[in-house]
Design a protein around this ligand. Structure first.
Ligand SMILES: Cc1ncc(COP(=O)(O)O)c(C=O)c1O
Length: 432
C-alpha cells in the first residue's frame, strides 16, 4: 500500500515518477540511485516464529500495510521490486493500493474474479478488447457469472441492465479500438443511485480499463470509478520488452485481490517489474506528450486524405465526444490529453476486408517506421486491423454495428519523427 510522503508530494508528478521514494518499506535502498532488482523465489526466515508471523500478517485486514514492513516469504506472495512498482503505480493512479500481475488479462481476471462469483452479474460495455470479451463470455460464465452487454453511456440502458445480482460495471475508456469515450461520472451517478439501496457486500463496483489513456492522461478514480485495471505491457511499460498488468483499488479490496493472485498465481515477475518501473513508468509523461503531439498531426493528415472516410481521435476539434474528452482526459497538470491512439476507416471498404488488409500488408512490406503488430504504447509505431485481429473474438454483427469496420485500422503512435510516420502512411495510401 502507498505511503504518503509530504516532501515528495510537493513535487510535480513527472518528477515523482522518476525519483519515487528514497526509502521503501520493501527494501533499504537509500544508497541506490536506481531501485535494485531482486531475484529470489523464496526468502530466508530467521525463526519459525517469524515465518508464522509472516503467514499470519499476509493480506491480513488487521495489519496496516502502510506502516508495517512486509515479511517476505515467497515471491508469489510478495516481493520487494514488484512491491516498489506497486507503490509507484498506486500513487500514479491516485489509488490506495496497486497489485501487479503477469499480464493485463491476469489483472482483469483478478479484478472481476474478486468482485463477482457464482450467481452474480457483470454489466459490460458492449465494445471491449477481444480477449476481455472472451474472458467474460467463455470463462466467467463457466463459474456461474452472468454477463450483460449494454451501451453504458446510455444511462437508462445501464439502469435497465442492473439487477439485484449485479456486482460490477466494466468498461474501457477510450474504447479499444474505436476510441469512443465512456462518461465515467455519468456511469458513477447511475451506480451510486443503485448502491444507495444496497448492503455493503452487495455493492456494485465500477471497474475501468485505463490502458489506452494511462494514468498520465486520465485517472478514472477521480471521476467516480472504484477500481482501475491496466495492461502494463502498453503505455506504462512503454518499450515493448515486458508483459504486465495491475489492479489499482481501494484498501478495502486490496487484500482480496492479493489473495486471488496468491492462489491463481499470475504474479508479475520481479525481472519484469524492474524495467516497467525503472524505464517505463518514469518516462511515461515524456513519452505520452511526444506521442500525443504526433498522433494529433497524424489524425489531421488522415482527416484530409481522400481515401479515408472516418478518423477517430479525441484531440480532433470535430471528435463527437470532444466536450467529454476535454473534461475527462487530463494530465497531471490539468492539460487536455487525448492520447497516442488513432483509429481510421478506409473509404468504400464496407464489407470489404481486403482493402484494409492491402494497406496494412503494404505497410508491413515497405514502411520503415510503422510495424504490423498488435499491442500499443511502445516507442515504435504499430498498425493492425482490429476487425480480424485484436477484436476477432467479438461477433461480426456486433463489430459492424459498433463501428469496428472491415476497413478500420488502428494506429498506436510511437516516438519516431512524425514526418516519417506520415510519409509511410501517405505512400501506403497512394499504393491502395
Ligand atoms: C485495452 C486493453 N486491455 C487489456 C489488454 C490485455 O493486456 P495484456 O496483453 O497485457 O494481457 C489489452 C491488450 O491488448 C488491451 O488493449
Amino acid at each position: 500500500m502507498l505511503h504518503h510522503d509530504p516532501v515528495r508530494e510537493k513535487r510535480k508528478m513527472r518528477t515523482q515518477l522518476i525519483h519515487g521514494d528514497y526509502e521503501s518499506r520493501h527494501w533499504d535502498y537509500s544508497h541506490h540511485v536506481i531501485p535494485p532488482l531482486s531475484s529470489s523465489s523464496t526468502f530466508r526466515l530467521d525463526t519459525s516464529h517469524r515465518g508464522a508471523q509472516g503467514f499470519f500478517e499476509y493480506a491480513c485486514d488487521q495489519v496496516d500495510p502502510a506502516t508495517r514492513a512486509p515479511i517476505f516469504i515467497y515471491d508469489r506472495l510478495d516481493e520487494p521490486t514488484r512491491g516498489m512498482l506497486e507503490d509507484q503505480l498506486a500513487h500514479a493512479e491516485g489509488g490506495d493500493s496497486a497489485v501487479c500481475f503477469a499480464s493485463g488479462m491476469a489483472a482483469i481476471s483478478a479484478a472481476l474474479g474478486t468482485l463477482a462469483g457464482a450467481g452474480h452479474e457483470i454489466v459490460s460495455h458492449h465494445m471491449i478488447y477481444g480477449c476481455t470479451y472472451s474472458l467474460l463470455t467463455r470463462w466467467l460464465t463457466r463459474f456461474g457469472v452472468t454477463i450483460r452487454f449494454a451501451d453504458v453511456n446510455d444511462q437508462s440502458a445501464l439502469r435497465a441492465h442492473i439487477t439485484p445480482a449485479t456486482r460490477v460495471v466494466y468498461f474501457e475508456t477510450p474504447v479499444n479500438p474505436t476510441l469512443d469515450l465512456i462518461d465515467i461520472r455519468a456511469v458513477a451517478d447511475v451506480v451510486s443511485q443503485a448502491n444507495a439501496r444496497r448492503r455493503p457486500e452487495e455493492r456494485i463496483h465500477i471497474v475501468v480499463d485505463n490502458t489506452f489513456a494511462s494514468p498520465y492522461g486520465q485517472r478514472p478514480l477521480e471521476h467516480g470509478a472504484d477500481v482501475v485495471v491496466h495492461s502494463l505491457t502498453k503505455n506504462i511499460g512503454g518499450f515493448g520488452t515486458d508483459m504486465g498488468g495491475a489492479v489499482v483499488c481501494p484498501a478495502s479490496l486490496a487484500n482480496q485481490v492479493i489473495l486471488f493472485r496468491k492462489d491463481f498465481g499470475a504474479v508479475l515477475s520481479s525481472k519484469s517489474a524492474w524495467p516497467i518501473m525503472v524505464y517505463g513508468l518514469s518516462t511515461l509523461p515524456t513519452r505520452m506528450e511526444a506521442e500525443q503531439r504526433s498522433a494529433r498531426q497524424i489524425a489531421e493528415f488522415l482527416c484530409a486524405h481522400p481515401k479515408i472516410v472516418r478518423v477517430s481521435y479525441p484531440g480532433l476539434p470535430d471528435f463527437p465526444q470532444r466536450a467529454l474528452a476535454e473534461r475527462q482526459m487530463r494530465n497531471y497538470d490539468g492539460e487536455f490529453c487525448p492520447g497516442n491512439m488513432v483509429y481510421f476507416v478506409l473509404k468504400d471498404s464496407d464489407g470489404d476486408f481486403g482493402k484494409a488488409a492491402r494497406l496494412v500488408d503494404f505497410v508491413a512490406k515497405n514502411a520503415y517506421t510503422i510495424t504490423l503488430a498488435v499491442s500499443l504504447g511502445q516507442i515504435k509505431t504499430l498498425i493492425e486491423n482490429p476487425f480480424s485481429m485484436t477484436h476477432s473474438s467479438l461477433p461480426e454483427e456486433d463489430k459492424r454495428r459498433l463501428g469496428v469496420d472491415t476497413g478500420g485500422i488502428r494506429l498506436a503512435v510511437g516516438l519516431e519523427d512524425t514526418r516519417d510516420i506520415i510519409n509511410d502512411l501517405a505512400e501506403a495510401l497512394q499504393a491502395l
